[in-house]
Design a binder for this molecule. Structure first.
Ligand code: AP5
Length: 220
């Protein structure tokens, strides 16, 4: 039987398909999808102290304060459902966060077993992001060009209303790319140095990319 690594990190530029692929691969492997972007958006919607602190950063496409996000992930990794594995999406996003994660193991050591680096050319990413729609109720991700819902504006899974994310306008998208290049892209070298990174071509259909991702999770 094929064996898979189950302590995974999915990494790549905004719009690379991290959320789309993460929701599929976590179902395939039976592990929780821990997505900092969605966790923060949920806090913003519920107007929690964390959400109120993060809101202005998210809307401008800036990173939320690291200390807050590190605490959020450190707590989440202690939940019962995370004992046998997890897939982190959106964390770490800077060397500071990667270093914090590297000591979150029970023995104070590295917890990540493999880093899936999804690569997609930038011109495709802008198109994907400006045509993305998400379900306001369950968070399912659609695309007006490549992944349309069966009924316009309605989620196939829960009949919720499809909305555009507050940070999917052109100005925020441009800023998210800048932040990605300056703060997040350097962590590829960090994980390369630790021998953990596997590159996955993110071009092509969702199912095609899903097959590549699953293959990249097979235990060596
Ligand atoms: P976050 O939600 O993580 O945003 P992001 O990294 O910019 O990533 P996206 O969600 O935009 O893209 P994705 O790669 O998941 O693409 P998707 O699958 O949707 O973070 C948002 C904000 O939260 C940050 O800016 C920051 O403020 C804050 N934050 C989060 N984490 C933080 C942290 N650790 N520290 C500090 N702040 C943090 O796909 C995009 C579109 O393409 C969709 O429409 C999809 O349907 C379509 N698509 C996907 N795959 C394909 C395909 N193969 N073919 C065709 N279309 C496709």
């Amino acid at each position: 039987m094929t064996e898979y690594v189950k302590k995974l990190l999915i990494f790549g530029p905004p719009g690379a398909g991290k959320g789309t692929q993460a929701s599929r691969v976590t179902q395939d492997l039976g592990i929780p999808h821990i997505d900092t972007g969605s966790m923060i958006r949920e806090n913003i919607a519920r107007k929690t102290p964390l959400g109120l602190e993060a809101q202005s950063y998210v809307e401008k496409g800036e990173l939320s304060p690291s200390e807050m996000v590190i605490r959020m992930i450190s707590d989440r990794l202690k939940w019962d459902d995370a004992v046998n594995g997890w897939l982190l999406d959106g964390f770490p996003r800077s060397i500071e966060q990667a270093e914090a994660l590297s000591v979150m193991g029970p023995d104070g050591g590295e917890v990540v077993e493999r880093v899936l680096f999804i690569e997609v050319p930038e011109e495709l990413l802008v198109q994907r992001l400006t045509s993305r729609r998400i379900c306001g109720s369950c968070g399912a991700v659609y695309n007006l060009i490549t992944l349309k819902p069966s009924k316009e504006g309605i989620c196939d899974k829960c009949d919720g209303e499809l909305i555009q994310r507050a940070d999917d306008n052109e100005e925020s998208v441009r800023n998210r790319f800048r932040v990605y290049r300056e703060s997040t892209a350097p962590i590829a070298d960090y994980y390369e140095g630790r021998g953990l990174i596997v590159s996955v071509d993110g071009q092509g259909g969702v199912e095609e990319v899903n097959e590549r991702i699953l293959a990249a999770c097979i235990k060596a």
